[in-house]
Design a protein around this ligand. Sequence first.
Ligand SMILES: Nc1ncnc2c1ncn2[C@@H]1O[C@H](COP(=O)(O)OP(=O)(O)OP(=O)(O)O)[C@@H](O)[C@H]1O
Ligand SMILES: [Mg+2]
Length: 315
Amino acid sequence: MARMVSRPGGLSAYADLLEPSEAIEPVLSRSVSGALTEWLTEIWSGEELKTAGLTPRRRALFHGPPGVGKTTLAHHLAARLGMTLAAVRPERIVDCWVGASAKNLGAVFDLARTDPPLVLFFDEFESLATLRLDARQGADLQHNEMIGTMLARIELHPGIVIAACNHASQIDKAIWRRFELQIEIAHPDARGRRQIVSRYLAPWGLPKRSLAALAAALEGASPSLIRGLCESVKRSIVIGPKLGWQLDRKATILRAIAAVEPAPGDGRPRLWSLGADDPALPTIPWPLPLAADIEDAEESGPEPRTGVVTPLRRR
Ligand SMILES: Nc1ncnc2c1ncn2[C@@H]1O[C@H](COP(=O)(O)OP(=O)(O)OP(=O)(O)O)[C@@H](O)[C@H]1O
Ligand SMILES: [Mg+2]
């Protein structure tokens, strides 16, 4: 029986409560999208699974580099289930007083037993669940105590728990094993990059040839970086005239490249290395055409649907 807790109540002291209506559907690789479909179908099939003595898996770990959509995906998934996502803020859990972090974490698990249920999401999971330390100092003891609480509570929690981190290898092994699904989210492939450019450049667009050329120049870029680049170009187009900016193709794209930086450690996609010399640049029609006016437009990715509960289409 779920314990009634009035929301936002105390949980908002530790977590951001993200509602289904604010969710967007991320562009996903086929393998991630397949894993997601499988998990959602499993969750929706709870009653049927019971007849086979099974229960749906409840705990998933998303791992991958920054800006690939781990948080976006957790939010989207909760929205698909019609649930609020409680995105725990690690800085509101970790406390310098001995015993306080473990106590805060325990409180989160208590408060997350709501009716209706919500999805509990631990972002930046490294900060709560990195490998246990050889405890000699207070801070290490404190950390190990928090890991102990995580281990004791995570399996007992009746609802869905998602955690996200950059490197699965940094997570304490015992905690790592508590996750029944581990989903790696990588940088998008060429198809994904084309979909992401199309989505975030809208209402402008690119013909197939330039979209492919730009996607090649963006190899290794995260969706977040591609979004920043596209939005920077659009911002220039809209406000540039008011500011007297030079708005030819080269100046606009160079300004956008300068405005967004690849995450440290992510490597520099070709467009950032070659800048104005990138061979993708001359293929881009200028002024940018509206997507609706492009004859050979490629099918863009899924619409960034808001989080209404819609069963996933089987692909
Ligand atoms: N796969 C994607 N499809 C569409 N947009 C995306 C995708 N991934 C990221 N974005 C956009 O990039 C921004 C950052 O994404 P998000 O916070 O979900 O990444 P993350 O993997 O959680 O990053 P971090 O590791 O830094 O927490 C969001 O605004 C989102 O709209
Ligand atoms: Mg995140």
